[in-house]
Design a protein. Structure first.
Length: 180
């Protein structure tokens, strides 16, 4: 299965292309973005972006990744995706938005579309996500898309030499609101 392009009111979620690499490196390379994510290193170079695109490019297999772009002008805003665990019919949702675009609801809109894609197209049973305990904005996004808080994983990861607590959220397919 190839990665589709998902459409929302303001956004297109599409596969990354190598042409995205310079802007991806600029946006993901912001220390503020790396500080709120587990898997984005800092510094983040164009070579890192190219390697990410090459690794995640192609069909839906273990992972699916989308570039988040504005519908009106194709400006790259960030990224989102799912890490699939097919044997358990579940996936981990991840997302990030470049700092110039924070606070505009783009992450919520993109995450909601990926959630629907995971349940309705990939036939997942459970989608989960976590955020650093000090990143309240990400918790707000997860609640807005209908995920339920399941608990805190204390000192679960090490980020920049410090132990970090994670807040765990999830949604089951049966929790997804049905379209009218």
């Amino acid at each position: 299965m190839t990665i589709p392009t998902l459409h929302t009111d303001r956004l297109l979620l599409r596969p990354h292309t190598l042409a995205d690499a310079p802007e991806l490196a600029r946006l993901a390379g912001a220390r503020e973005v790396a500080a709120t994510t587990l898997r984005i290193p800092h510094p983040y170079s164009v070579a890192d972006a190219e390697a990410f695109i090459a690794e995640w490019h192609g069909g839906v297999n273990e992972r699916v990744a989308f570039a988040i772009v504005l519908r009106e002008n194709s400006v790259l805003l960030g990224g989102t995706g799912l890490r699939l665990e097919k044997e358990h019919q579940r996936a981990e949702l991840g997302y990030w938005i470049g700092t110039p675009y924070w606070g505009k609801g783009y992450a919520t809109e993109a995450a909601r579309a990926v959630l629907r894609y995971g349940f309705e197209v990939l036939n997942l049973h459970r989608i989960f996500a976590s955020h650093f305990s000090n990143n309240a904005a990400s918790g707000n996004i997860l609640r807005k898309i209908g995920m339920k808080h399941e608990g805190q994983l204390r000192h679960h990861i090490v980020k920049w030499g410090q132990y970090v607590d994670l807040e765990l959220y999830a949604m089951l397919e049966s929790d997804l609101p049905r379209s009218a």
